[in-house]
Write a protein that binds this ligand. Structure first.
Ligand code: DAH
Length: 345
């Protein structure tokens, strides 16, 4: 501080202080400013102390100027403090209103396909089936050959297979992305003697153009039961019970002949979608699965005694069931990760 401070100097100091005050943004900035100008070792105190160095004639005028500068800075400090407190959400403000509603948290939920897989599996585990899983990269051997679909069998065309780009010594591609969950029938029977009762949920792949009812990947649940004395009546009873568990007690089911190389006879099961509500007298049959009695060639190939054992198998399309249950008309909605869609389940 210069010894010959004058009222002129004080005005300059006040102006500078006020400019700096205006640019403070947080309460922490403000406190620094307060210490610099109004603190115990601040400029105002220094000015007050310098009065004694002045010639006595100048003291009263200087003293007055210092006092009014000090008052002005204090008032402006309080104003600025109010302003910052109301703007700055990071700084603690005067009070918290505990009666205000809380900030909602966003809870995740299971994907509708995961939910449907669990519902279907539960229907079967309650009837004594166990759940197993298998590889998505599969061998031609399990995906086709052991299921009575040898090389060049026309049924292969229907599967639109995605092959793994690796050839064996014969120049053939032995690996593929599984086109159905049926290969797990073989993998299990190879390892385990009857009785067998299992369901296999999992993803499958097909080289197909996508549209409202086709995806190049989707989910299936395979089922297999092999034991002594299993008949087509067991197949019908089990699948009817599954339909009732999933769609309600009143649901009607219908079995019609179908062809799959690994079963004989083969069937498809449809449900009458309108029977659940009974509102209209009309029927609305929708196919939901393929099934059949396990082909003796398949049982024979895994070393089961076909005189002793019979079995049934089925394959359920999960997306189809989820679309029916929730009234969804486009399969692609399941996989484009739109939170507005997924958040509804
Ligand atoms: N694997 C068949 C498919 O993807 C579905 C199927 C049909 C599975 C009949 C079966 C069955 O186990 O018995 O088209």
């Amino acid at each position: 501080m210069k010894k010959n401070s004058t009222a002129q100097n004080i005005e300059e100091i006040v102006n500078k202080a006020l400019t700096e005050l205006k640019s403070t943004k947080t309460l922490a900035d403000l406190d620094k400013w307060r210490i610099q100008y109004l603190g115990r070792k601040g400029l105002v105190v220094q000015l007050k102390r310098s009065i004694s160095d002045l010639p006595s004639a100048e003291r009263p005028q200087f003293g007055q100027a210092v006092n009014s500068a000090s008052t002005e800075l204090e008032t402006k400090l309080i104003d600025q403090q109010r302003k910052i407190s109301s703007n700055d959400k990071n700084e603690p403000t005067e009070s918290i209103d505990v009666t205000l509603p809380g900030v909602p948290t966003n809870n995740g939920s299971l994907h509708p396909i995961t939910q449907t897989i669990r519902d279907i599996c539960e229907a079967f585990t309650s009837m004594g089936f166990e759940i197993i899983e298998g590889p998505e990269v599969e061998l031609d051997y399990y995906n086709f050959q052991m299921l009575n679909i040898p090389k060049h069998h026309p049924a292969r065309d229907g599967f639109n297979t995605l092959w793994i780009d690796q050839e064996d010594s014969n120049g053939e591609k032995p690996m593929l992305l599984r086109t159905h969950t049926s290969p797990m029938q073989i993998r299990t029977m190879e390892k385990q003697d009857p009785p067998v009762r299992l369901v296999v949920p999992g993803k499958v792949y097909r080289y197909e153009a996508t549209d409202a009812s086709h995806e190049w990947h989707f989910s299936q649940i395979e089922g297999l039961a092999v034991d002594k004395g299993i008949t087509f009546a067991n197949l019908k009873g089990t699948l009817y019970e599954f339909a009732r568990k999933l769609f309600g007690e009143d649901v009607r089911v219908r079995f019609r002949c179908d062809y799959f190389p690994f079963v004989e006879p083969g069937a498809e099961m449809s449900i009458d979608w309108n029977s659940r509500t009974n509102e209209t007298g009309e029927e609305n049959w929708i196919e939901i699965l393929g099934a059949g009695m396990v082909h003796p060639k398949v049982l024979h190939a895994v070393g089961y005694d076909t005189d002793k054992y019979t079995g049934f198998a089925f394959g359920i399309g999960v997306e189809r069931i989820a679309m029916l249950k929730h009234g969804i008309d486009d399969i692609r909605l399941f996989y484009n990760n739109d939170i507005r869609f997924l958040g509804q389940f």
